[in-house]
Design a protein around this ligand. Structure first.
Ligand code: NAD
Ligand code: UPG
Length: 443
């Protein structure tokens, strides 16, 4: 099939590359001329494990093209995917201006029947708005379909190639047939294409992200309770997760959910609810808990240093909002940095992929180092904000020799508490009992 993907950011690039991988002819359109030039020259613009190989192969074999010209890009397409940004507007609702602008342009451009697909995360009713915007100027027949994307950054290729499910919202038989054929190669046995109406498909995406965010905030509150009552959240997590009705995944407490999706999508669903005259109480609590959780380690750090962080120096491992990505949107590490700097402390940070993005955002307010152990030099404590696998099995002797004081605040529960006790670290994590250094003065 001939496919056009409009918007070649995270979702657009993964979508385009994966559709090319199953033999489709894909044209990616983006208004960012610099990005298009890089991609056309074979330079990938995002860090996503496994994507580069597919991207290079499909580019070389001529199944992937890039352009800044919408008209040229869509002319012979059967299906046009809109993978455009939907950032939060001032009131928290999803900003649809990128999508509606392109929809308006499509109305002038279309010369024959096309299926136009909302791939972006958009509020209920957007397919109707896109249809209206195109129809204002269109002289040909077209269909608008809602096909939300569920990929996770870091495992995006796997999520796209072997999706748990594909959701397709359409009331058109013709579009349904086209979309069913397109996705046939991706759907594993038992992992279905679920056809529904457009509005249900749009709401499915927000409901999925909001439900997962709810699981995380719930576990973060259980973790708080564990600390207060003397229980261990790792045990509680295993205890409840082995019940199939609850499930093992997305039960890991930590320093809050971040990234480009959960924060904005939970907020947008709350706003949609308000617009529908409904107060979505659970989601308001989910957001409140997450705000508090992003800086969960701060009171522990302050208490350890007698509420005086002035002149203290911290090593920070992890800047990305989660491992295997260079994405720092809504990364908890950024909130921790802000609070430490505001209290007069300084920070040396290491992240395997996200340092240049942080540098672009906050410049030299912190020091960036080339190796995880270099960050520890002269540091009063180590803070862990992202669970990159290189941080999971560190050389504890090196930590001991480089750190000024043997203190670790772990926002991702990477280490075994009894082991840290044996090693003599002052170790604090999330929802487990703190280990106070054996020979330390009780503070
Ligand atoms: N990032 C994710 O993991 C993820 C996963 C699922 C769904 N989503 C949703 O998908 C959508 C896109 O997210 P993203 O992370 O890929 O965004 P992004 O910001 O990475 O990419 C958007 C791209 O659109 C381009 N663009 C903007 N206006 C354009 C125009 N008029 N014509 C052509 N290109 C234009 C931008 O230059 C950019 O390259 C959002 O609605 C998001 O919520 C994101
Ligand atoms: O048990 C868990 C699982 C995740 N997280 C945090 O939750 C956030 C989101 O993680 P994840 O879902 O893995 O990353 P995203 O790439 O943002 O993917 C989410 O958002 C995408 C965009 O909408 C959807 O497509 C995906 O299905 C959905 O998982 C991160 O900050 C994680 O650290 C936890 O704190 N505990």
């Amino acid at each position: 099939m001939k496919i056009t993907v409009v918007g070649t950011g995270y979702v657009g690039l993964v979508t385009g590359t994966c559709f090319a991988e199953t033999g489709n002819n894909v044209t990616c359109v983006d208004i960012d001329a610099g990005k298009v030039a890089k991609l056309a020259a074979g330079q990938i613009t995002i860090y996503e494990p496994g994507l580069e190989k597919l991207f290079e192969r499909n580019l070389k074999e001529g199944r992937l093209q890039f352009t800044t010209q919408l008209k040229e890009g869509v002319s012979d397409a059967d299906v046009i995917f809109l993978a455009l940004p939907t950032p939060p507007g001032e009131d928290g609702s999803a900003d649809l201006s990128y999508i509606l602008k392109v929809a308006d342009q499509l109305g002038y451009i279309l010369e024959d029947y096309k299926v136009i697909v909302d791939k972006s995360t958009v509020p209920v009713g957007t397919a109707d708005k896109v249809r209206e915007a195109i129809a204002r100027n269109a002289k040909v027949e077209f269909d608008v379909v809602s096909n939300p994307e569920f990929l996770r950054e870091g495992v995006a290729v796997e999520d796209f190639m072997k999706p748990d499910r594909v959701v397709i919202g359409t009331s058109s038989e013709k579009a349904r047939k086209v979309m069913g054929e397109l996705y046939a190669p991706y759907v594993r046995q038992g992992n279905p294409v679920i056809f529904m109406d457009e509005k249900s498909a749009e709401l499915t995406k927000y409901a999925a992200n909001s439900f997962l965010a709810t699981k995380i905030s719930f576990m973060n509150e259980i973790a708080i309770l564990c600390e207060r009552l003397g229980a261990d959240v790792d045990m509680v997590r295993r205890g409840i997760g082995s019940d199939d009705r609850i499930g093992k995944r997305f039960l890991f407490p930590g320093i809050g959910y971040g990234g480009s999706c959960f924060p904005k999508d939970v907020q947008a669903l709350v706003k949609s609810s308000q617009d529908a005259d409904y107060d979505f109480r659970i989601l308001n609590a989910v957001m409140d808990v997450n705000e508090q959780q992003k800086v969960f380690l701060l009171p522990k750090i302050e208490a350890y240093f007698d509420n005086d962080l002035k002149g203290k120096h911290f090593a920070l491992w992890g800047l990305a909002f989660k491992p295997n990505t260079d994405d720092i949107r809504e990364a908890p590490a950024l909130y921790i940095i802000d609070r430490l700097l505001a209290a007069g402390a300084s920070v040396s940070a290491f992240d395997p992929e996200a340092m240049s993005n942080v540098k672009q955002l906050i410049g030299d307010r912190i020091r960036y180092v080339d190796h995880q152990y270099e960050a520890l030099e002269n540091a009063d404590a180590l803070i862990i904000a992202t669970e990159w696998s290189v941080f999971r099995t560190p050389d504890f002797d090196k930590i001991r020799t480089h750190l000024k004081d043997q203190v670790i605040f772990d926002g991702r529960n990477l280490f075994d508490v009894p082991r840290m006790q044996e090693l003599g670290f002052h170790y604090e994590s999330v929802g487990r009992q703190a280990v106070t250094r054996l020979n330390s003065v009780v503070k």
